[in-house]
Design a protein around this ligand. Structure first.
Ligand SMILES: Nc1nc2c(ncn2[C@@H]2O[C@H](COP(=O)(O)O)[C@@H](O)[C@H]2O)c(=O)[nH]1
Ligand SMILES: [Mn+2]
Ligand SMILES: [Mn+2]
Length: 406
């Protein structure tokens, strides 16, 4: 048995794939809070990258019946990863990768829009046909329906933000796999509009709890009950934001491939193998005899044969994995290494020189502003992978040579 079972006395059990990896007491308590809710189906699963989150634990899988917890899905709805294998190999890359990093940074708006208002215009209006068609036909109409009922969602930056990376932990990388093939991998979500949707429904859920005099172990576990208007609207909104996030990643991938092609002066084919997976989301799935709402908060679907992406850190290896369909994890794996240190702690404990040393073989930022993202702020990805070898098998191992941080 590759997992530990705890919380057998109260609520549902917690099954944790955390053998050999750090697992903080605060995260364990947060999981117990979730497990005490009356609408959890079977158990809560914790992945090896588990760590404290807001309301619900990052790296957790929460199957619910008749309710959904908006804060468990989080505010970066649909955050996830996309990776494509290109037709390039290491030999096609120049020795000096600085111009490639600059070209990607110029092609994909990143960082805070407030300080980069001129650049952070998004890619709206110049969408590739496939993406533009998906938006025109579906997303606009669905979004208008949402704003008709929830006016607060109207003035979001969704137009400007489509095709932009975001801040901090979001990144774009050029990587080499075990055969020296070049991959492009990126991490981003639903940007400002997803944040507005998430925050709005978290507040509505809290109001519902007050109205119904429901006491919770943590107010961020406020839920929406199936059948209510808010529940129906949330399901519609969260699905919309998940689709937006997926298209956002596709768009940035196309921009990045074009930027790399521009630097190399040759076309780059990025369709050899492609994976685009959410790691903060909710979906309707069937597990242990019930149709549940399955919330993966910092976790990736790993149904049998399904491909996923598990990134390490800006100085460590990342993995393209194939799901083994382990039912006890609700067919899930980790979404990364997971933080082992808060951002504040990382900034206190790690110097810029240490960060530069930890990323010496990567063309990336080495300044004080990215030290909170330094490799030692994350768990050891090799131990995290070992702890979930019954959930996924590794099909490609990637190591970045360029990393653009948000
Ligand atoms: N390959 C890289 N992996 C990274 C980088 N920064 C963070 N990470 C990993 O991604 C997950 C994403 O977690 P999230 O909760 O922020 O969505 C994180 O756990 C790390 O393992 C990077 O620059 N490159
Ligand atoms: Mn995100
Ligand atoms: Mn993420």
């Amino acid at each position: 048995m590759a997992y530990e079972v705890t919380n057998v006395d109260k609520g549902v059990p917690i099954k944790s794939w955390t053998l050999g990896v750090p697992f903080e007491d605060q995260a364990r308590q947060q999981l117990r809070n979730i497990a005490s809710l009356p609408f959890i189906h079977k158990w809560v699963a914790a992945m090896p990258d588990v760590h404290l989150g807001k309301g619900a634990t990052i790296g957790s899988v929460i199957p619910t019946l008749g309710a959904v917890i908006p804060a468990a899905v989080g505010v970066d709805i649909g955050c996830g990863m996309m990776a494509v294998k290109t037709d390039l190999t290491a030999r096609d890359l120049p020795d000096n990768l600085a111009p490639m990093r600059s070209a990607i940074e110029a092609a994909v708006p990143h960082g805070r829009s407030a300080t980069r208002s001129k650049r952070d215009k998004g890619a709206w209006g110049e969408l590739p046909d496939t993406v533009a068609n998906a938006w025109n036909r579906e997303l606009a109409e669905r979004f208008n329906r949402l704003t008709d009922k929830h006016g607060v969602l109207k003035n979001t930056n969704n137009v400007n933000h489509l095709g932009t990376l975001g801040t901090g932990n979001h990144f774009i990388e050029v990587c080499l796999d075990e055969n020296q093939a070049v991959w492009i991998m990126l991490h981003s979500g639903s940007r400002g509009v997803g944040n507005r949707i998430g925050s709005h429904f978290i507040e509505l859920a809290k109001k519902d709890m007050q109205r119904w005099f429901i006491n919770l172990p943590d107010k961020d576990l406020a839920y929406l009950a199936e059948g209510s208007d808010n529940f129906n609207d949330y399901i519609e909104a969260v699905g919309w934001a998940q689709d937006y996030a997926r298209i956002n990643r596709q768009l940035m991938m196309e921009k990045t491939l074009a930027a790399v092609a521009g630097v190399l002066g040759r076309p780059v084919l990025g369709q050899l193998q492609a994976v685009n997976c959410h790691h903060n989301y909710v979906s309707r799935e069937h597990h242990y005899g019930e149709d549940v709402l399955l919330t993966r908060k910092g976790a990736v679907s790993a149904k049998e044969g399904e491909l996923g992406i598990i990134p390490g850190s800006m100085g460590a290896r990342s993995f393209i994995v194939r799901g083994l369909g382990n039912a006890e994890s609700f067919c899930t794996c980790s979404h990364g290494a997971g933080r082992v240190m808060s951002r504040t702690e990382a900034k206190k404990r790690v110097s810029v020189a240490e960060h530069a040393e930890a990323t010496r073989d990567v063309e990336c930022r080495k300044d004080a502003a990215v030290v909170d993202e330094t490799p030692s702020a994350y768990k050891n990805i090799e131990s995290v992978m070992a702890a979930q070898d019954d959930l996924v098998e590794v099909i490609h191992t990637l190591k970045q040579v360029v990393c653009v941080k948000g």
